[in-house]
Design a binder for this molecule. Sequence first.
Ligand code: URA
Length: 438
Amino acid sequence: MLIQDILAAKRDGQALDEAAIRHFIQAVAENKAGDEQIGAFTMATAIHGMSLAETVALTSATRDSGRVMDYSALNLTGPVLDKHSTGGVGDPVSLILGPWLAACGAHVPMISGRGLGHTGGTLDKLESIPGYDVTPTQDTFARLVTSPGVAIVGQSADLAPADKRLYAVRDVTATVASLPLIVASILGKKLAENLDALVMDVKIGNGAFLSSDSETRKLASTIAQVATLSGTPTNAVLSDMNQTLATSAGNAVEVHECLAILKGERHTGRLLELTRYLAVEALLSGKLAQDREEAERRLDATLASGQVAERFAQMVAGLGGPTDLLERPSAYLASAPVIRDIYPADAGFVTAQDVKALGMLVVELGGGRRRAGDRIDHRVGLDHIAAIGSCVDAQTPLARLHAASKADADMLAERLRDAFHISAEKVDSPPLVHDVLT
Ligand code: URA
């Protein structure tokens, strides 16, 4: 099969069969297809789109372009489950959800990513913890997935290698924004974890990856269908990103907030609520609970007993972090030299947050990357972020700014104020979960 024949068919708007797609993706993975051929493929796909069958074939071929995890040599006692998010601001769900599912009997081989654009990255957050190694050996990873049952690490080069080349070409050929390419890229990597079930957390709202709500809905339903047809039962939860999920956004600040939840010091809030919701979905998909009530009972019991905190602590220690992080977080998580409350110009109620602007503010503070390869300052970010519906005034700040210098805090204070809309009329918070698509 000639690559140019496959490209000609796609250029002319014909649907490709599975064999043609597999041939092309294998050629990409083996460096037998040139960047110009990848560019032609991604552009033709961006223009003509793909049928559901083509998207499933592209996703499965991307997954199979490298190593697919195999647990047969391990003594796993429960289902292999995971959650993946399309990325948000103040969204450290994975840090709590992974150990929570493990405490309920699942095994969670969570391959996570770094911050992208205005969104934060799980690996960047975990690297706030001194010694935490996001690239352990396969043996260490397998040992931790067996017990304590969770390992949150980075992607190794042998997982879905075709996606790495495709993404690099898409980035410079204006073909990132193509639904089938996005779906195959996200799922190709995730399904290489060889899961029994996956829960996708697709963010919707002004801080989401796609700015249009209707496109986001389409992304969620396509992801759920394609993953399930590729052999991994998947639900997509459309969760709200019209405000930060946590009350903090940054790296060390978000780890602090997660530790407070794990230790039972914080019992409420949207971060905990959404994590619990996603965990229920995962337990039901993994058949670790028969119904919602049983799942919730199990989740509440494991969190209250400290088992979730213990699994998290075991994972951190197993990946090279301190053994007493939960007892002495402030001894390990670096804090910024300048911490300043930012108050609104006028008192009132928060009616909206510009979440993208808040995410970019964290990047500007140094908590994210402007360019690939930039160093992250784990100390900086925001906390005490005022939620939609809350009252702010001269005593109650919009947020607390953690900055590397006074100059940064001075420069960004006004930008922070601009990211909040304040009104005399109180509004209700948007729903946390907009929909669940299967
Ligand atoms: N995240 C990915 O991994 N791939 C995409 O194409 C978009 C977001």
